[in-house]
Structures are given as structure tokens and as C-alpha cells.
Design a protein around this ligand. Structure first.
Ligand code: HEM
Length: 154
């Protein structure tokens, strides 16, 4: 299958996060991928508290697919942060992984500055695992998020 077929549809599940400067937290996530035949995938993510009461982080952007294994990512967030990243795509018999490393993270003047990000999306038998590391708040790049998602039935 191609990246466009595999990373297609809506995935839902639960995640947890941490960082040295904050308290650990858990969240519910909805992550959608849409392609229309052109060489990019629209990505849209929303999260909320585990009791469903409060929206948390969200982001929208595009994965640009450059040949079989090269990717780029442009992604914006309502916190005032925009990530530009380069990525790789690896697919074998059992799993498919997109990994992105930031080349530039831009922050608006009032945003909490983020200087570096690392994202991986690994799909194995319909289960999507997302991992996110960042450098922010004067900290070295390290873990912020992990989520386990499954494809939502149509
Ligand atoms: C699943 C998505 C995410 C969730 C649920 C989440 C949740 C949280 C929570 C609960 C906090 C602590 C309270 C707060 O400051 O609001 C936090 C802090 C923070 N997050 Fe996230 N976050 C997510 C994604 C991201 C992403 C993608 C970035 C960067 C590109 C990011 C950057 C930060 C920063 C910079 C802080 C502040 C750290 C500090 O004040 O020292 N977060 N996040």
C-alpha cells in the first residue's frame, strides 16, 4: 500500500504527556489524514481532557510527499507555534513510519518558544503510535507526548 492509503482516515485514542517544567497529564486525541490525489496529506489533530470536558492542544498542516521516502511537514498551532520539518517514510511488511525533525520552529512574539521538535507516527496493523519530543522552556530536546490510536470505523 502507499503512504496515501495507509495514512488515511481518522484515528482516535488516548495519550499522555510530560515535561520537566509541567505536571504529567493524559488526554484523548483525534488525528485525521486526508489526501486528494495530489502529493500531500492534510493532517488535523485535536485533543481534549480524558473526561471530555475541556479542549487541549490542536494543530493543522500538510505532509508533503516527495518521492518514496522523503517528506516535509508544515504545521501550525493555536499556541502561536509553526513547525517546518523534514522527514522520512519507511514501510515494510508489518509497519509504516513517518519521522519528522524540525528544520525551523517559529513562534509568535507572545508564544512560549519551542526551538526543536521530533515527531514519529508508526502504523502497525491499524494501530497508530505517535511520539513527540521537543526542546522548549530552556530544556534540551526530550519527551513531551505519546499516544496510541486506532482507526475509527467509518
Ligand atoms: C497532544 C498534544 C498536546 C497536548 C495534549 C499538550 C498538553 C500540554 C499541557 C497540559 C501542558 C501544561 C500546561 C500548559 O502549559 O498548557 C503543555 C505545556 C507545553 N506544551 Fe504541550 N501539548 C501538546 C502538544 C504540544 C506541541 C505539539 C508542542 C510544541 C510544538 C507543545 C509545547 C508545549 C510547551 C512549550 C509547553 C509549556 C512548557 C512550560 O511552560 O514550561 N505541546 N502541553
Amino acid at each position: 500500500m502507499s503512504i496515501f492509503e495507509l495514512f488515511q482516515g481518522v484515528f482516535i485514542g488516548k495519550g499522555s504527556g510530560n515535561y520537566p517544567t509541567i505536571e504529567p497529564f493524559e488526554y484523548l486525541e483525534t488525528l485525521g489524514f486526508v489526501s486528494d490525489g495530489r502529493p500531500f496529506i492534510r493532517i488535523e489533530q485535536k485533543t481534549k481532557k480524558t473526561d471530555g470536558s475541556t479542549p487541549l492542544h490542536q494543530e493543522v498542516g500538510y505532509i508533503r510527499v516527495l518521492g518514496e521516502s522523503q517528506l516535509e511537514l508544515v504545521l501550525v498551532q493555536p499556541t502561536g507555534v509553526a513547525e517546518m520539518a523534514q522527514g522520512t517514510y519507511v514501510e515494510d511488511d508489518t509497519s509504516a513510519t513517518m519521522e519528522f525533525r524540525s528544520i525551523q520552529v517559529m513562534s509568535t512574539p507572545t508564544a512560549k518558544p519551542v526551538t526543536e521538535t521530533l515527531r514519529t507516527y508508526t502504523l502497525t496493523a491499524g494501530v497508530l503510535v505517535f511520539e513527540f519530543h521537543m526542546a522548549a522552556a530552556q530544556q534540551e530536546r526530550q519527551f513531551h507526548l505519546h499516544s496510541d490510536l486506532v482507526r475509527e470505523e467509518a
